[in-house]
Design a protein. Structure first.
Length: 126
């Protein structure tokens, strides 16, 4: 059984948890790379800052799932649903009608898979 930093036993992580962690890591790294690229050109670029913020959000979610107890893990899953869904919606809204770039579509496919994992994890906890 997994334990948190205080020694409290949390529920075991499932393959679905690890799939979510992997998907979050992929999209987090994509956002980190996009943010670093944007900030390299202009340190005050708001989109670059937003990408870095998104990467940090995914990293925090990964840590919360891997290191947290069952209660924290369920909160991370619940918060991850609107966080990830919001990114998909914002991508479409901000890039319409040119939404079919290979990088954006690949990232959104990863995020949609992550969203499916998060919804299933939430459903199992409910």
């Amino acid at each position: 059984m997994a334990t948190d930093a205080t020694g409290d036993a949390g529920g075991d992580l499932t393959r679905l948890h690890y799939a979510g962690v992997g998907l979050a890591a992929v999209t987090g790294l994509i956002h980190l790379a996009l943010g670093a690229g944007a900030l390299a050109a202009n340190l005050a670029d708001p989109l670059g800052i937003a990408f870095i913020g998104a990467a940090a959000g995914f990293a925090a979610g990964i840590v919360g799932v891997l290191r947290g107890d069952e209660r924290l893990r369920s909160r991370v899953v619940l918060l991850g649903i609107p966080f990830t869904a919001g990114q998909v919606v914002l991508y479409v809204a901000l890039n319409w009608p040119d939404i079919f770039g290979i990088g954006g579509v690949a990232d959104k496919l990863v995020q949609l898979a992550l969203l499916a994992v998060l919804v299933e994890l939430y459903r199992r906890d409910a």
